[in-house]
Design a protein around this ligand. Structure first.
Ligand code: ADP
Length: 175
């Protein structure tokens, strides 16, 4: 059986009323395109103002803010690796994004968290490999945790959903 705490949601992450949505941010934390732009637009200017006080964020690390006008209570900003062919530590950096985001959620006693496909847009990470890392890190984390109740993988479009479905069913069969 899959871990019942893991869910897929196809659509816009900014609509989710969860304890935290994760932002695929850039190192400045000052906003950008893709999911980052969508989150800043929906959250309003308060988010950028708080982000400006944080001193940026390194690749693989994560920082938390409030959610402002979002239905989500918090935003966890993490900076994924730029895909450079796979031989530059990209997999480890991407795994670290998931681990550090989950650790921040626990630290702040959050019960529900939603992730976009970090690095799979402008940063160019191959989506299936990225989904395998996302699922493996979340499953590993949940094995040692009882405080998180929901972890949602947000699939932006049908193709992303199919990829996550495939990866989740592979991981179930390999247990
Ligand atoms: P990165 O720079 O880390 O690659 P992007 O924002 O370009 O970040 O893309 C990350 C992922 O987020 C991509 O899979 C993209 O399709 C997806 N995405 C873009 N907008 C949204 C949104 N509003 N909700 C959820 N996912 C989104």
């Amino acid at each position: 059986m899959p871990d019942p705490r893991i869910e897929l949601f196809e659509g816009d992450i900014t609509t989710l009323a969860v304890d935290a949505i994760v932002n695929a941010a850039n190192p400045t934390l000052l906003g950008g395109g893709g999911v980052d732009g969508a989150i800043h637009r929906a959250a309003g200017p308060g988010l950028r103002a708080e982000c400006a006080t944080l001193g940026g964020c390194r690749t693989g690390e994560a920082k938390i803010t409030k959610g402002y006008n979002l239905p989500a209570r918090h935003v966890i900003h993490t900076v994924g690796p730029v895909w450079r062919g796979g031989g530059h530590g990209e997999a480890e950096a991407l795994a670290a994004c998931y681990r550090h985001s989950l650790a921040l959620a626990i630290e702040h006693r959050l019960a529900s968290i939603a992730f976009p496909g970090i690095s799979t847009g402008v940063y160019g990470y191959p989506p299936e490999e990225a989904a395998r890392i996302a699922v493996a890190e979340v499953e590993r984390f949940l094995t040692g945790d009882t405080s998180l109740e929901r972890v949602i993988f947000v699939c932006f479009g049908r193709q992303a959903t199919e990829i996550y479905r495939g990866v989740l069913s592979d991981s179930i069969h390999s247990r």
